[in-house]
Design a protein. Structure first.
Length: 242
């Protein structure tokens, strides 16, 4: 595969989790890619770790680290990643993930095989409360058997460049919630069922890890929910990006 891929990672603290995520992503990607880290004001050592990682570039890839001194929230970080990237495929991940074998190549492959008929892929996500050490072993053995159309899940997903050009950026009126659901509904206006499950990609997710570092998180969720209901009054429920 000669097309390029960037992996965009918004972060807010959690340096140990972020390091485990980065190492797992690189070890199991199954293809070359570039990281674009967007730091929303971490103050726990995350900045030093990511800057060091980018400067070392041990895998020979070009990477970027972009930092805000205060939290600009997830949607804005994702959009900065889009503006920074020139890749054919953009994968957006949380910093609290561990990855199964060939996770990235398996997420890109269905979009290529469908020749643009799919805008986006999501992996199999596992939320079981396993310890990190257990999860690494666990991910070696899990697989699905069927590809099907699904809903966009914000913890980990891949967009084609074509999708971004047609649908546009994420709506940064949302701060912490409904970002992925809003984008999914906008994608549906362009194609019927544009999101497919990449059945060969398995990802373990802690779930909402960075929310503990966001003041007034419950208030922000409520405000985002009100905004979503105004824009999509016939839709209920959400899947959080963080």
């Amino acid at each position: 595969m000669d097309k390029t891929a960037d992996v965009i990672v918004p972060v807010l603290n959690g340096v140990e989790v972020t390091q485990a995520c980065v190492e797992s992503a690189v070890e199991n990607a199954g293809m070359d890619f570039r990281f674009i880290f967007i730091d929303n004001g971490s103050d726990d050592g995350t900045q030093a770790y990511l800057q060091g990682y980018v400067e070392d570039c041990k895998d020979g890839q070009w990477h970027r680290y972009i930092r805000f001194e205060e939290n600009r929230y997830v949607a804005h970080a994702l959009n900065v990643g889009i503006e920074t990237s020139d890749a054919d495929y953009l994968t957006f991940i949380n910093n609290d993930l561990l990855f199964g074998p060939d996770w990235l190549s398996e997420m890109v492959r269905p979009i290529e095989e469908m020749e643009g008929k799919a805008f986006c892929t999501v992996p199999l996500l596992y939320y079981d409360k396993l310890r990190w050490e257990q999860a690494k072993h666990y991910l070696r053995h899990i697989r699905s058997h069927e590809t099907q159309y699904v809903r966009l899940v914000g913890a980990c997903f891949t967009l084609s460049r074509k999708c971004i050009l047609e649908v546009g950026p994420f709506d940064d009126s949302y701060r912490v919630h409904y970002i992925d659901t809003d984008y999914w509904l906008r994608m549906l206006a362009f194609r019927d069922r544009p999101v497919i499950l990449a059945s060969g990609a398995s990802v373990y997710h802690i779930g909402a890890y960075s929310h503990q570092f966001v003041p007034n998180i419950d208030k922000l969720k409520m405000e985002d929910g009100i905004l979503f209901q105004k824009r999509f009054p016939d839709r209920r429920g959400s899947i959080s990006v963080n």
